[in-house]
Design a protein. Structure first.
Length: 228
């Protein structure tokens, strides 16, 4: 009961905050389906090679709206911190519009804030991105700050919740805005399938802050984590 109480309190506060935001701003809403395969290979005790591939089906999950491929190399600074650098390719296809091709360079630090990884644990991920759109001028600089909570739920299943604001550091002619322009949150579970594979299904909520009417996404999300 104590564990459920600890989980329920922050979840309740997060839900209240999302409700308040929703009441304050009108929004266009869409139901989507997101899937991610994330693979990590330890090249040595310190060096990690990772790649993730993601598909996002929008328009009531009826069409592929976005494809993301993101390889990276990471270095363990110690048992609780990893620094990484990578590249991302993003193909976005809005209904009735010409697809865009985005390229990103990015650097990030992941770190443990509290816990030991076995009991309730809080971690952070700070990512700096440089964004370019093919055929358009300008580089968009953006910071993403994720905070992630996990805790044992039953047997080897863990509850998972995270939140991540996206903050633009400049404006571009192709549409990046400065300041807070995106906020993404997730609640679900992590379940091991084998020694090297875990599946993480859950609900993802995203709000894109726009002049006038915001865009809100309600997504069924599943991530497959592969460790080699």
């Amino acid at each position: 009961m104590a564990l459920l109480t600890r989980i329920a309190r922050p979840a309740s506060l997060a839900a209240s905050g999302l409700l308040a935001v929703g009441q304050a701003h009108a929004a266009d809403e869409d139901v989507q389906a997101w899937s991610t395969v994330q693979a990590t290979k330890a090249l040595s005790k310190r060096t990690l090679l990772a790649v993730d591939a993601q598909t996002r089906f929008n328009e009531d999950a009826s069409r592929l709206g976005q494809l993301i491929v993101r390889p990276s190399v990471g270095w363990r600074l110690d048992d609780t911190k990893v620094v990484s650098a990578g590249y991302a390719y993003i193909r976005s296809s809005a209904l009735g519009r010409t697809p865009t091709h985005e390229h990103r360079g990015w650097e990030q630090l992941t770190f443990r804030l509290a816990g030991d990884g076995k009991g309730p644990t809080l971690t952070g991920r700070t990512r700096l991105e440089q964004r370019w759109i093919e055929g358009r001028d300008g580089t968009g600089w953006r910071v993403r700050q994720q905070v992630r909570f996990t805790a044992p739920l039953q047997d080897k299943v863990r509850v998972v919740a995270w939140t991540e604001p996206f903050v633009g550091l400049n404006q571009t002619g192709w549409g990046q805005r400065d300041g807070l322009h995106l906020w993404r949150s997730f609640a679900g579970v992590s379940m091991p399938v084998s020694k090297t594979v875990a599946i993480e299904p859950g609900y993802l909520h995203q709000r894109a802050f726009r002049p006038g009417v915001d865009a809100v996404t309600h997504a069924a999300s599943v991530t497959f984590n592969l460790q080699f």
